[in-house]
Design a protein around this ligand. Structure first.
Ligand code: NAP
Length: 260
């Protein structure tokens, strides 16, 4: 019988998600029994931080944990789990939004997904707020993963099957990865034009925080939504030396103007 309040956990992977979730599990009172990773130095660093063991051989996985969490890139999950041999009744989960839980079905009776809807980096100094979307093939897996999620995310926990998670992932990629890519392109533009990207930080913060209290559509400002044609023409002219950014500028201007 698993003690759902303090679980014994093995983490497979030693990257961003493994590091941040491991820290959150420790902070919530769970025990990390082992870190398993092909990256021996990253695994032993995490094991030292959590006062536990590590191995880079999946065949040496500790068999005594309650729950095994696979936090490796999406495409590597099938291969890693094909090498994983677990005793009966263990709970196995991966952390990918866009990979079906069924990829784990041949390895354990109780399996599921523990998807943290947050942009996680192992270098993060403070532990971020991490909403969790979980799924499980049966009541045992669902209950354990839900309880684990509540222990690190309090109320920000929801069940989400394969389809719902994939849809959420698309939305997450757009609001986080694409927005950040626009920052990266803009930083590059600033460098080339002798401007300082950091002068834009108050604007970035205000724009992001505004949508906590109003719809992004209502919050839209700028020359595109005002149809300031002359200003738009001047901007496009200025961007002729930055053709890639110019294309994005034109595309997004049209998108803003067409949104009903
Ligand atoms: N980062 C996020 O914000 C985030 C948020 C939610 C969900 N996720 C999901 O969490 C999972 C892990 O993401 P991550 O950001 O933690 O990735 P990551 O930082 O790149 O870490 C991946 C880990 O898996 C290992 N690995 C990579 N390829 C492997 C392979 N072919 N075989 C065995 N081990 C391999 C890496 O070892 P090396 O160091 O040797 O490469 C590393 O330990 C993904 O499924 C991702 O979709 C990520």
């Amino acid at each position: 019988m698993i003690n759902l309040t303090t679980m014994d956990i093995v983490i497979i992977g030693s990257g961003n998600v493994a590091s941040v979730l491991g820290r959150k599990f420790k902070a919530a009172g769970h025990r990390i029994l082992q870190v398993v990773s092909r990256n021996a130095s990253a695994a032993s660093k995490l094991a030292y931080e959590w006062d536990t063991e590590s191995t880079n051989y999946i065949s040496l996985v500790n068999k005594k944990a309650d729950l095994y969490l696979v936090a490796v890139p999406d495409d590597a999950i099938p291969h890693i789990v094909s090498e994983l041999k677990l005793p009966a009744k263990k709970i196995l989960a991966h952390t990918a939004a866009s990979v079906s839980k069924d990829v784990l079905k041949n390895v354990s009776d109780h399996y599921g997904v523990f998807y943290p809807l947050q942009s996680l980096r192992k270098e993060m100094k403070a532990l971020p707020e991490v909403p969790v979307f979980f799924d499980g093939n049966d009541e045992v897996a669902r209950k354990a993963l839900e309880k684990l999620a509540h222990s690190i995310a309090e109320e920000k926990v929801e069940a989400a099957g394969d389809d719902a998670r994939m849809k959420l992932h698309v939305a997450a990629v757009i609001v986080s990865n694409f927005t950040n890519h626009l920052y990266a392109l803009t930083e590059d533009y600033c460098k080339k034009e002798g401007l300082e990207f950091k002068q834009l930080l108050p604007l970035i913060e205000e724009t992001a925080s505004r949508i906590k209290s109003m719809s992004p559509k209502q919050a839209q400002t700028g020359p595109a939504i005002r149809h300031d044609k002359e200003t738009l023409q001047k901007h496009i002219e200025l961007l002729k030396d930055h053709p890639h950014l110019k294309n994005i500028y034109v595309l997004l201007t049209e998108s803003i103007q067409q949104l009903k």
